[in-house]
Design a protein around this ligand. Structure first.
Ligand SMILES: Cc1cc2nc3c(=O)[nH]c(=O)nc-3n(C[C@H](O)[C@H](O)[C@H](O)COP(=O)(O)OP(=O)(O)OC[C@H]3O[C@@H](n4cnc5c(N)ncnc54)[C@H](O)[C@@H]3O)c2cc1C
Length: 479
């Protein structure tokens, strides 16, 4: 595999005025000749997130010559443990969903000697804007009623039209809610938490027919002590990763694949594309020839949700230290933030607020101090005057504006289906393979889905190679 600097590419006539020109065949072959010497075995993996790392490790183990090209200056993509608050805080994915031994991430947790802690969802403290702390029997009533609404949803999903959204199903139900205003606000909070926060989207953006049809591993939702990035760092160890290389174009021909980055051009036999759905939707990375209509349609149809996190460090906890989550019922769930104190995991006086969908995106257009104030106002409703007027330190994410993610994770939008994930996963020609959470139809939107998709793409390449070798051997035999 060979990496050409922009200058060398220009000299070689490949780049003219920043444009990739049609590469003369002879020259193309010359570039290829300086490759690793492993005939047909050079692979560029685009993206050093979980999918890219999983693919690269598997391909390297199978003897491929792999370069990972990553736009950021760190591995992990949407897995990102930040240390700026003086303690590890996961600003991307935080949970391993399902800590059973089937979950491949748990195998790595054990292999790397890491420890995890289950989130005790029962230890959720709830408050109402007008009433204060919610008593157990009120919460039980809320939960019972909200669960029966969900049962009704599940019953009607199979026969539902493909274009209907969760809002179509829920808005009439919300309008007809009667009785105690606290219970009504609680039901709406409960459903927004279960449906909207979970899928990083608004009711209107989620398919009614396909909502919650993805599968889950059994076991608890667990947090990695010390941060999720520890898994990433160990996976990245030993791989050839080119950080700060932004891919602009991926060109495929009968002879190979050319990856055009802002740092130069790389030529290889095959490529694994793990660009997030949000980045693919934007269309900034060009494919040559262009992607199939089928793929373009699926990219357009699937939804990309946004989740943002507001991490606040305080001088000391003002909350019950064994609580795992706080929620505030309000007249509207529009600006709902769910709060996760870090005290049960690390003992540190840090709270992380989770926002989703439209609200999460809107916060990216607001000054950081104002976002922090929104969170502090909520916390004051819950914990009164013990809440200070400012946080000692804070971090607020912008996953939607982030040019390397353009959102948090995918979901099935109205009009889409799980088939769209399978379409995204299909190889493009013989040389370009796709991985990433939005290519896994069973576990989309998750870190373990991303991991499995990377392994699948690596297996596809290896399978093709051995099929080709088999065909070549058969040709030899028939001579
Ligand atoms: C706030 C938040 C909370 C989440 N919570 C959870 C959770 O608790 N549990 C869970 O399982 N999942 C969670 N997720 C989802 C999970 O993080 C993702 O599904 C998973 O990490 C995706 O991995 P990936 O490899 O498919 O994509 P990514 O991690 O996005 O990797 C793609 C890589 O490609 C790089 N890239 C993009 N464009 C270019 C370019 N032009 N050139 C070069 N490189 C480029 C990116 O920088 C990135 O490193 C969360 C996500 C977010 C954002």
């Amino acid at each position: 595999m060979n990496m050409l600097s922009r200058r060398a590419a220009l000299k070689a006539g490949i780049l003219i005025a920043g444009q990739l020109m049609i590469v003369p065949k002879g020259l193309y072959a010359a570039v290829n000749a300086s490759a690793s010497g492993k005939e047909g075995k050079s692979v560029v993996v685009i993206g050093a997130g979980m999918a890219g790392l999983a693919a690269s490790r598997r391909l390297s183990r199978k003897g491929y010559d792999v370069i990972v090209v990553e736009g950021r200056d760190r591995p992990g993509g949407r897995v990102w443990t930040d240390h700026s608050l003086g303690t590890p805080v996961d600003l991307g994915a935080a949970w391993i969903h399902g800590d059973s031994s089937q979950n491949p991430l748990m195998k790595m947790v054990h292999q790397y000697g890491l420890s995890t802690q289950a989130t005790d969802w029962e230890e959720t403290w709830l408050f109402d804007i007008g009433y204060g702390e919610i008593e157990d029997d009120t919460y039980e009533e809320i939960q019972r009623k909200a669960e029966s609404i969900l049962e009704g949803i599940y019953d009607r999903q199979q026969d539902a039209g493909n274009r209907r959204s969760m809002a179509d199903a829920l808005v009439p139900i919300f309008k007809n809610l009667s009785g105690d205003p606290i219970v009504k606000r609680g039901i709406r909070w409960w459903l927004a938490s279960q449906i909207e926060t979970e899928y990083a989207s608004d009711f209107g953006d989620l398919s009614f027919k396909h909502w919650d049809m993805d599968e889950q591993y059994s076991g608890d939702d667990v947090v990695v002590h010390g941060g999720y990035s520890q898994i990433i760092d160990r996976m990245a160890d030993g791989l050839n990763i080119k950080y700060g290389h932004v891919v602009n174009k991926i060109s495929q021909s009968a002879d190979g694949v050319m990856i055009v980055t802002d740092q130069g051009v790389i030529q290889c036999d095959r490529a694994v594309v793990t660009l997030p759905l949000g980045v693919l939707k934007q269309g900034r990375v060009k494919f040559e020839p262009g992607l199939t209509d089928e793929k373009i349609t699926s990219i357009g149809r699937l939804g990309m949700g946004t989740m943002n996190k507001i991490a606040l460090r305080f001088a000391k906890p003002f909350w019950p230290e064994d609580a795992y989550r706080f929620g505030l019922f309000n007249s509207s769930t529009e600006n709902l933030i769910e709060y996760f104190p870090m005290t049960p995991y690390s003992g540190e006086p840090v709270i992380v607020g989770l926002t989703r969908g439209r609200h999460a995106r809107s916060l990216e257009t607001v000054k950081k101090e104002d976002v922090v104030q929104q969170a502090l106002t909520d916390l004051k409703f819950m914990f009164g005057s013990s809440v200070p007027n400012s946080a000692v330190e804070s971090v607020v994410t912008s996953w939607y504006s982030d040019e390397f993610s353009r959102g948090a994770y995918s979901h099935v939008a109205p009009g889409a289906s799980f088939t769209d994930y399978r379409t995204l996963a299909k190889p493009f020609g013989e040389r370009i393979f796709f991985a990433g959470e939005a290519t896994h139809a069973t576990y989309p939107g998750t870190v373990h889905g991303a991991y499995l998709s990377g392994e699948r793409a690596a297996n596809e390449i290896a399978g093709l190679q051995s099929a080709n070798m088999g065909a070549d051997e058969a040709k030899e035999d028939s001579r």
